[in-house]
Design a binder for this molecule. Structure first.
Ligand SMILES: [Zn+2]
Length: 296
């Protein structure tokens, strides 16, 4: 059989054309980012060639969530989240809440978020962030869809808030986890899920994570690129433009598997099973829809 990569383009150098032995789910792909507008079909083609078969497109505000829904309608294997990022929490109002509630009813939307707390940059004040986050926790409880959570430098407060809401929400994933052991175990004690990116591929700042990733139970762990951000720093070849994309997820899986002391194949299988259950995705093997809302 011909190399599946050959049917697409030569954007990725040979050394970056990875293929996962088991299908992967990228739970955090910002494909509505402007940097993907000119070649989205090629990006999706390369993801398929890499066996990254399912992409959860992150909706970080109303406009991007609506765009993510449009893409999920157009392309198989794509799903959307819908939320207001903590950076934009100051925009939160009743109209936005109503628009988000409508989006959460759509079958294309598989999670509430990206939402949460980011006390690193405070583009919105902490009070505004908490208000928007609490409101979205309420929407998650209402819709019974899982939460896609962003947390940076706010682990303590995040745990308090999630503890308060834990019985009301079905599930939550703390995406792009980069915090310390105490925060990790605080989240695991709340029976939350953890999303890992290529952060630990960075020898300058990802070091502490390497020792921690083995402590995450397989049924609580999912993987993501967070593309176009967070291009892994240890890729075996240079990439034009330095834009991260889903086709590179197998490299991250290989790296995480290494630090967990398991095979990439094993990690691919378990993270995909975990993501399918978490987001209640249709069965990949049979194509059977997950529920009555699933599309034909
Ligand atoms: Zn985030």
């Amino acid at each position: 059989m011909a190399d599946p990569h050959d049917t697409f383009d030569d954007f990725l150098p040979e050394a970056l054309r990875f293929t996962s032995s088991a299908p992967l789910v990228d739970i955090g792909a910002n494909l509505t980012h402007a940097s993907f507008a000119h070649d989205l079909e090629a990006v999706l083609g390369r993801a398929r060639a890499a066996n990254v078969t399912t992409l959860i497109l992150t909706g970080t505000d109303r406009e991007h969530a609506e765009q993510a829904v449009e893409l999920a309608r157009r392309y198989p294997g794509l799903h959307a989240t819908a939320g207001i990022h903590p950076h934009d929490a100051s925009d939160w109002n009743a109209d936005l809440e109503a628009a988000m509630r409508d989006l959460h009813h759509l079958p294309e939307v598989v999670a509430v978020g990206e939402c949460g707390l980011d006390f690193n940059r405070n583009f919105s004040t902490p009070a505004e962030q908490e208000r928007a986050f609490e409101a979205q926790l309420g929407l998650a409880a209402e819709s019974d869809k899982p939460l896609f959570v962003h947390e940076r430098d706010a682990g303590g407060r995040m745990r308090e808030v999630l503890k308060h809401w834990r019985d009301d929400i079905r599930d939550a994933v703390v995406h792009c986890f980069t915090a310390d052991r105490e925060t990790l175990h605080g989240y695991l004690d709340l029976d939350l899920h953890i999303g890992l990116t290529g952060w630990l591929c960075d020898e300058r700042r990802g070091h502490h994570l390497r020792e921690l990733v083995g402590e995450i139970p397989a049924q609580r762990l999912m993987v993501e690129t967070d593309c176009p951000y967070l291009l892994p720093r240890n890729l075996p070849a240079k990439l034009k433009g330095r834009r991260h994309e889903p086709a590179l997820l197998p490299w991250i899986v290989r790296e995480i598997a290494h630090w967990r002391g398991e095979t990439a194949a094993e990690l691919a299988r378990t993270t995909t099973a975990t993501a399918r259950a978490f987001f209640r995705l249709p069965d990949a093997a049979t194509g059977d829809p997950a529920g009555p809302d699933a599309r034909q």
